[in-house]
Design a protein around this ligand. Sequence first.
Ligand code: ATP
Length: 201
Amino acid sequence: MFKVGITGGIGSGKTTVCKIFELQKVPVFYADLEAREIMSSDEKLIDDVKAAFGADIYNTDGTLNRSKLAKLVFNNDSLLGELNSLVHPAVFRAFDKWVDRQTAPYVIKEAALLFESGSYKDCDATILVKSPHDLKIKRVIQRDLITEADILKRMAKQLDDSEKERLSDYILQNNEQEFLIPQVLNLHQNFLKLLGSNDSN
Ligand code: ATP
């Protein structure tokens, strides 16, 4: 299966781009959503997280105490690294299982940390969604209950766009100056052509 990785900074428009691919019937695996999901369902991961962070990181009803975990890792890079080293491999496993069930000409994995997690190495092509810094901040403030300071802290934990650009095969500009949908449709046609697929959806 041909696998395309999509990434971009917080608020760049990754999910928006993926929704356009989905309209073209391309299956999308949302790695960050999956990570949230499996932290409450993957038995091995739950055991590993309890061993690393203490059993009380899960509530008595078995749900993850996300705010407690977030507080622990947000200002502690070593704990964040430890958490990622448990979660990322579990997400890779879930992705592999998901890919096995797909029948489309190609699939997409959307991940904020595609490069940082090493996940891109398993992709046949990578796309970076790029947006101007101020626009990303404006969009996230409009979308979430979050302060600019917190957005900047999150941005600081991600690779710079220049580094991501170097590692990406394709760039989509989501800057309110170039239309996004035609760029995505072009790329979709490009992948279908590359794969010799007759599927023109
Ligand atoms: P995150 O990493 O924070 O999840 P993301 O990269 O997935 O963000 P989106 O959620 O797709 O980004 O976009 C951020 C916000 O900006 C959303 O509310 C989305 O609807 C809006 N947005 C993104 N691109 C556009 C666009 N081209 N035109 C209008 N709104 C947009």
